[in-house]
Design a protein around this ligand. Sequence first.
Ligand code: SF4
Length: 485
Amino acid sequence: MTPKVRATGRTIMAKAGRWLAAEHPEITEPGQWTRQTCAAWVAAVDRMKVGDYVQRRDHLRTRTGTPISPRTKAHILNATRMFFRDCQEWEWLPRRFDPARALAVPRSIAALIGTNPRVIANDVWAKLLWGGLNLQPADLPGNSADTYYPMTLIRAITLTWLFSGLRSDELSRLRVGCIRWQHDGHPIPGDSPDILVDDAVCLLDVPIHKTGTAFTKPVDPIIGQAIEAWQALRPAQPHRLDRKTGEHVNLLFSIRAQPVAKEYINHTIIPALCSKAGVPTADVRGNITSHRARSTIASQLYNAKDPMTLFELQAWLGHKDPATTQHYAKITPNTLTKAYTEAGYFARNVRTIEVLLDRDAVTTGATTSGQPWQHYDLGHGYCTYTFFEQCPHRMACARCDFYTPKDSSEAQVLEAKENLQRMLATIPLIDDEQAAVHDGQTALDQLLGKLTDVPTPSGPTPRQIGIPPSATLLPIADVSHGKPE
Ligand code: SF4
């Protein structure tokens, strides 16, 4: 475990100790925990509020007394589970229960924990990018004429943060010489058999990180230019110990024999960029932090016009498990809308047909004597049946008495009328009709076969009428001749 994880585990177990002192004072050692104690602890965690069993409350302010989040509950139980598992494995405690079962996160809590990458809104991110590209000494705190770090170093850190999607730990541990340029047809140095194909590509060597080994990823050339500019100015620095790898390395972002603090981005760069860009340092998802750049870039790459696949994104972010990548790659509502529209669900289930409304027939009262006033355009003719959408033969008209062929004089008189109104009507399709529309002639023949003995609205069945030799499907409305009202 890293020192940070160890410290968190200790804090959580101290919390458990305070709970025991309050509720079960008879238990004074981990070896006295039983399955029942675990069950009571799980229940206590589920009911826990902010400020319960803590050492200090002064920093909690108004949050005191609010229920802790499901994720915090899971963290507490995970740390407890880990503690007892290790104690049992090292045989410091007798195995009186199975920590994996007795201290499992209840399903009711796990169900409330979902992926929620804290992506920064596109407009805010665009402003931060602009701020980073135009960062000046006056934007930074302190003496505007002489910043604490050289501006070239600050620009290199800022642009690497804005464009590389690195964790802050990876960024602070980059080595001198981490940038390489590859040109058309040049092999990648090292053991890789690959050859890069197009243009100059900037490759960034990412050091060993929390979930995997060192790897190389392509980044925007602007990062390479900024880092090269800093490398050209960087004075010689003593090698520093990389605590993760145990090596003495030449850290890129280092000056005056000290590495730039990991918190420099959160404490200085981000407030400066927010101030320059005129955006607040927090949004609805919380404070803008260095890690949120990673989820924002991942989300934008995943939702781009030619998006990266989940596996490509996993490799680019350096994740060991694709499930972790899903936390970062959230589909935006825009992408979802586009995909939904392209899936054509609505278009699959309805057919649009053009209807001619004979206004003269309505205004002169001719409709009362049975004269039709609605004419559904079937392509080859018109259907004057008022309840057209209820006719079982609507998709492949059987040409009953309500039918007027387009080449008849009646149809030509209708089309010549000036007082015609064109409208579009949508017809919901049943399964057989959808199949006839999408699956070709065989499905159409099956539909016609089923309808052969189904009476038309005027009475006779298609068999009695005589099925037309070229039965065709209802066409999609052609509205090119004018805008339908
Ligand atoms: S069968 Fe008759 S009612 Fe049905 S669509 Fe054809 S013309 Fe209209």
